[in-house]
Design a protein around this ligand. Structure first.
Ligand code: NAP
Ligand code: ZN
Length: 351
């Protein structure tokens, strides 16, 4: 049953290309049979939000209400909802729907849905004939199949980034089967990078943060990294060549990946999760000489997102966050672009 009833909800978004984030009123549908309505407590700020406001990927529509690291409480449920009840503490990540029927969906890999999933914001929702709006808002309505259960022992604000930064780093570490004592490099110590460090450590790996920023040394070690490698120090980079079992690259822009590929051991892989963009030319010789691979990875499926959250509950893992009010989002964007955040801004949507 698709209801035509919609109500106004307070949100924060960009009215036009590269616009400032400002207060907006958006329409949210009433709950369909399998929908739940969530009162949003916190929403993380992902670098993807900045890319989308700036239309870096070429498919943004405006007004754009970003936000795909959402946690809150169920305020209403549709008549056929079985998984959740009013009051439950829940989360929503980057996806709110997929076909459910293709090979990827059947394999619980909804981000790779062959018919194209529906993203939490800035995406056309075919089922409801509407553009989706994200978590920089007071409420959201989502099918129960795309809602996650939040472990009750974790700080809610610090959980929000797990819904994107968490699963985006968890998924490749799991898929490439990171083992105890593997040497894992994490390129870029931002929102994604710091979760990569935490998860790789929790899996027993030795972790090296590979950063442009000398000033992040102490912070990286405090976070649990075993070492920091400054990517602009060519002598140190040379010393680390052919040493790594896996590299997770979170750099948000087009960049030269060759120096990082050189760090991999024979037969090993670097996974790019950051630059959803052209990469600079890759030197075939670096791949060939050592049978090295470069791959990509897109967030994670709903099932593995739940597994990641449950793991975080068991191991008391959360994100390191700086909680802000909605009126500080524009300033937060500027600071993120200067790599000045430890390590995730989270908006308190109750403010
Ligand atoms: P972030 O918090 O801004 O962190 C990115 C880090 O990358 C920075 O802290 C910085 O670390 C490094 N960096 C920034 N600019 C760089 C440059 N020009 N060259 C080299 N290093 C640079 O961003 P985030 O939220 O972690 O997101 C990272 C990227 O992942 C974004 O592009 C986002 O869109 C993408 N993303 C992808 C997925 C996916 O499913 N694949 C999911 C979520 C996000 P240092 O100071 O340590 O060098
Ligand atoms: Zn994200």
């Amino acid at each position: 049953m698709i209801s035509d009833n919609k109500s106004n909800v307070l949100a924060y978004g960009a009215k036009s290309l590269k616009g400032k984030i400002e207060e907006l009123s958006i329409l949210r549908r009433d709950c369909d049979t399998h929908d739940i309505e969530i009162e949003i407590d916190y929403c993380g700020i992902c670098h993807s939000d900045i890319h989308m406001v700036n239309n870096d990927w070429g498919f943004s529509t405006y007004p754009l209400v970003p936000g795909h690291e959402i946690v809150g409480h169920v305020s209403k449920v549709g008549p056929d909802v079985t998984k959740f009840k009013v009051g439950d503490c829940v989360g929503v990540g980057c996806l709110v729907d997929s076909c459910g029927d293709c090979g990827a969906c059947r394999d619980h890999e909804e981000p790779y849905c062959e018919k194209g999933g529906t993203w939490t914001y800035g995406s056309f929702d075919k089922k409801h004939d509407e553009i989706t709006y994200g978590g920089y808002s007071k409420k959201i309505v989502v099918s129960e199949n795309f809602v996650l259960k939040i472990p009750s022992n974790l700080d809610l604000g610090a959980v929000a980034p797990l819904l994107c930064a968490g699963v985006t780093t968890w998924s490749p570490l799991k898929h490439w089967n990171i083992q105890k004592n593997d040497l894992v490099g994490v390129v870029g110590l931002g929102g994604l990078g710091h979760m990569g460090v935490k998860f790789a450590k929790a899996m027993g790996a030795k972790v090296v943060v590979i950063s442009r920023t000398l000033g992040k040394k102490e912070a990286a070690l405090e976070l649990g990294a075993d070492e920091i490698l400054i990517s602009t120090d060519l002598e140190e980079m040379k010393k680390h060549e052919n040493k790594f079992d896996f590299i997770l690259n979170t750099v948000p822009h087009k960049h030269d990946v060759n120096p990082y590929l050189a760090l991999l051991k024979r037969n090993k892989t670097m996974v790019v999760v950051g630059a959803i963009d052209f990469l600079e030319e890759i030197h075939g010789g670096i791949l060939i000489n050592g049978r090295k691979s470069i791959a990509g990875s897109l967030i994670g499926g709903i099932k593995e997102t739940q597994e990641m959250l449950d793991f975080c509950g068991q191991h008391k893992i959360t994100s390191m966050v700086e909680v802000i009010g909605p009126n500080q989002i524009n300033e937060a964007y500027k600071r993120m672009q200067n790599s000045d955040v430890k390590y995730r801004f989270v908006i308190d949507m109750k403010k």
